[in-house]
Design a protein around this ligand. Structure first.
Ligand code: NAP
Length: 320
């Protein structure tokens, strides 16, 4: 047990980034999307045991109760203390109206069994009609309306939502707030009124979708970039997304095979169901690529995006 504790003793033993509010965030975390509910508690517990400290959850992943059970068990067994962990959750699109933000954040905290999130992220710059959690949770994209196939937007502005998220920081319900799936124009606008600046920007980021201008802009504004889907198509093949299935696998690419999956000072949150992959991914932080290696990987960029409402639903072209 003491071995486990010394190997996993909070942020100090892990590579961290410092956010623009001075708080440390682990460079490598674990994503929780698509992990089946029945496995999540054990999965989180084992990942903590393996050394992960950051978990990337969301209302939309529908597994926050089970993720919280894993955390509670790890704390009860003395593997970690709450302050060693960095728990991320996300505000779903149907809770963007000002008066909906705090109640849903409190519900998510209660699902996890936590008093605060380390980071609470606006999942998409898309406001959708409110769905009462008693009726459907997680609400997903489609309104339950007449045929259950409509995406119904709400009139909440990003500013309304951001201001409500700022008040979560004031109330100590969350330590930092961030954005996801924002483009440069949306961030520029948000920075005009933000009293609490976004600590992070979480974006799809892999060799086929480098988005250098967005990464450079966010970093120039002191916003830490977190890469999601850093293995590119891999996370979407398991969903049978057509253009992911048709795309040549990154791991078969000669350039990628020669070097490695991640580079630079961006954080990553890979997801894996397998214990050996979990360990492998955690060590992604233990090497740096050379300039030439980074250049050769970046040259694979072809603007290929997988997580896009336009691709899924034929509407909401937020990245256009
Ligand atoms: N903000 C957003 O809108 C957003 C969107 C998407 C994702 N995310 C977050 O980012 C996390 C990761 O994204 P993701 O799930 O799309 O994709 P990902 O981490 O890029 O890829 C996951 C896939 O890669 C496989 N894999 C993991 N490690 C591997 C390794 N070392 N070698 C070979 N294969 C490996 C996994 O397979 P096995 O499970 O079989 O190991 C799984 O099929 C999510 O869980 C979520 O937390 C956020």
């Amino acid at each position: 047990m003491s071995k486990i504790l010394s190997a996993t003793n909070g942020h100090k033993n892990l590579s961290t980034l410092t956010l623009n509010n001075g708080k440390p965030m682990p460079l490598v975390g674990h994503g929780l999307w698509k992990i089946p509910n029945e496995n999540v508690a054990d999965h989180v517990y084992n990942a903590i045991k393996a050394g992960y400290r950051l978990f990337d959850g969301a209302c939309d992943y529908g597994n926050e109760v089970e993720a919280g059970q894993g955390v509670t068990r790890a704390i009860a067994d003395g593997l970690v203390q709450r302050s060693d962990l960095f728990i991320v959750s996300k505000l779903w699109n149907t809770f963007h109206e000002k008066d909906r933000v705090e109640p849903i954040c409190r519900k998510q905290l209660s699902d996890w069994g936590l008093e605060y999130f380390d980071l609470y992220i606006m999942h998409f710059p898309i406001a959708m009609k409110y769905v009462d959690p008693k009726i459907r949770y997680p609400p997903g994209w489609f309104d339950s309306g007449i045929d259950g196939t409509q995406i119904i937007q709400s009139s909440a502005t990003i500013r309304d939502t951001w201001e409500a998220m700022e008040s979560l920081v004031e109330k100590n319900l969350v330590k930092s707030i961030g954005t996801s799936n924002f483009n440069c124009a949306s961030i520029m606008d948000l920075l005009r009124y933000a009293i609490v600046r976004p600590a992070t920007l979480q974006i799809e980021y892999h060799p086929y979708l480098v988005q250098q201008a967005l990464v450079d802009y966010a970093q120039s504004e002191g916003i830490t970039v977190t890469a999601y889907s850093s293995f590119g198509l891999q996370g979407y093949v398991e969903m049978d997304l057509e253009h992911a299935v048709k795309t040549p696998h990154l791991f078969q690419n000669e350039t990628v095979r020669k070097v490695a999956e991640v580079h630079g000072r961006v954080a990553v949150i890979p997801k894996s169901d397998s214990e050996s992959m979990l360990k492998k991914n955690l060590h992604a932080r233990s090497f740096d690529l050379t300039e030439d290696e980074i250049k050769s990987i970046s040259a694979l960029n072809c603007g290929l995006r997988f997580n896009d409402p336009l691709v899924y639903f034929g509407c909401l072209p937020i990245f256009a």
